[in-house]
Design a protein around this ligand. Structure first.
Ligand code: CTP
Length: 428
């Protein structure tokens, strides 16, 4: 393996001065300690693509923890040390975090097991990583500051848009790399190098994904759905026959893809309303992915991945959405709109529009107006008529609210009159 070096100080100009100063200080300290220091992983990868990634992963050829201690002292930062891994996380005042480790070799005794770790050279440390594009390092020592160190042609692969595994056992060591590969392919629009593609197919065929705990598997799915191009990510899961490891009856076809393609449109529309919402966009992709799966399988999915209530309810509600759409299509009054949508979370409502955007006026009415309508009449007003809290009480309140939603009454006076009439009519 041949080491290639490139001067990339010009690319470093993209990075804010504060970070450059930090990296230079780290380099100076490494000089004093007579050790080699590099920044690795997402930072160099994205920098070559002219994107600034503030994941700062430093590796020291030598004692990482000792370096971390001295660096923390110098910058007056807070240090968490993980002795069992020989790593440390430095938290700085400006909210920056720096991960610090020693260059190391990893040995995996079993598929998907935790590796045994031993110190090694920078070359070995880069070789234990997943893809060539992630195996780049920028040296930080002052005399070599800004030199890209490339042993595995990562720079070429980045420029050519290629994802290449570094060794044949990589996916058996760590099957989550399959998901990472798909995530990078979707994020950057990269292709797999043919041998890498073959390795992915082989590993999937040998069921390595089953070695992952449910927790890790779901987390890898979630990361893909949170990434820049979730639809591409799902397309790749489908192409590589991975979806059935997520849920056995899950399907992904053109019609679901086109639903997923509606998500952005609906979110833009939602953004223009007079009300704002807080929710996780990735859950919408998950809902579209799961939609169409039978109730039993949704329940099983929720249970298997131990999903939190907010997510598991959303997935269960996808079962009902077509039914709601049919009804919403036929409503004739505001109150019907209200009672159909009341109790749904915003994600459920967005799913309705993803499936049928022509319902947007009704949904807008609900979100901007109907949702906020409240009656002014109080329990005491009803008690005055000699009615005690109970079923009739609830029925009356509901009737008043319905009349108000349908714009038949507006003021407190009108509500009172409505109440009087209602009770009079009921008493014959
Ligand atoms: N890495 C690896 N195998 C994994 C996870 C991580 O080889 N299963 C290595 C890669 O070199 C990666 C680095 O560790 O670049 C840092 O990992 P992480 O921060 O998780 O990912 P990034 O590559 O920075 O990706 P992202 O941009 O999604 O954070």
């Amino acid at each position: 393996v041949q080491e290639k070096r490139y001067d990339i100080t010009d690319k470093l100009n993209l990075v804010e001065q504060e970070i450059i100063t930090l990296l230079k200080e780290a380099g100076n300290l490494a000089d004093q300690m007579d050790i080699k220091l590099y920044i690795v992983g997402g930072f160099p990868r994205d920098l070559l693509l002219e994107r600034v990634n503030l994941d700062l992963d430093l590796v020291v050829e030598g004692d990482g923890v000792e370096f971390a201690r001295r660096f923390a002292q110098k910058l007056k930062g807070e240090l968490d040390i993980y002795h069992e891994f020989g790593t440390a996380v430095l938290s700085l005042e400006n909210n920056l975090k720096v991960d610090i480790a020693s260059t190391r070799v990893e040995y995996y005794s079993e598929v998907a097991s935790l590796p045994e770790v031993e110190s090694g050279s920078i070359q070995q440390d880069l070789f234990r990583r997943d893809f060539s594009i992630n195996a780049l390092a920028i040296q930080l020592n002052s005399s070599s500051f800004g030199q890209l160190v490339d042993y595995f042609n990562g720079k070429n692969d980045l420029e050519a848009g290629i994802i290449r595994l570094l060794h044949n056992f990589s996916l058996y060591d760590d099957p989550t790399r399959i998901f990472r590969g798909l995530r990078f392919a979707s994020r950057y629009g990269f292709k797999f190098e043919p041998r890498t593609k073959e390795l992915i197919r082989q590993a999937v065929d040998l069921d390595v994904i089953e070695k992952l705990s449910n927790n890790r598997l779901f987390n890898k799915l979630e990361l893909g759905l949170k990434d820049r191009y979730p639809i591409k990510f799902i397309n790749l899961l489908q192409e590589e026959n991975i979806l059935n490891y997520i849920s056995k009856n899950i399907s992904w076809d053109e019609s679901k893809e086109s639903l997923a393609n509606n998500i952005k449109k609906v979110l833009r529309w939602l953004d223009e309303l007079k009300v704002s919402f807080n929710f996780d966009e990735w859950i919408l992709y998950l809902m579209v992915l799961i939609s169409g799966v039978e109730e039993e399988d949704v329940k099983e999915f929720n249970k298997r991945f131990n999903l939190k209530n907010n997510i598991s309810y959303r997935l269960l509600n996808t079962l009902d959405v077509d039914n709601i759409i049919t009804k919403l299509d036929k409503v004739e009054s505001n109150s019907e709109v209200y009672y159909l949508l009341e109790g749904l979370a915003i994600e459920d409502i967005v799913l309705i529009l993803i499936k049928d955007f022509s319902l947007r006026e009704k949904v807008r009415l609900y979100l901007e107006e109907l949702r906020w309508i409240d009656i002014k009449i109080s329990g005491d007003d009803i008690i005055e008529f000699g009615i005690q809290p109970g079923p009739l009480f609830t029925e009356i309140l509901k009737a008043i609210k319905k009349a108000k939603l349908d714009d038949k009454i507006n003021s407190y006076e009108e509500e009172k009159k409505f109440l009087e009439n209602y009770i009079a009519e009921r008493n014959g």
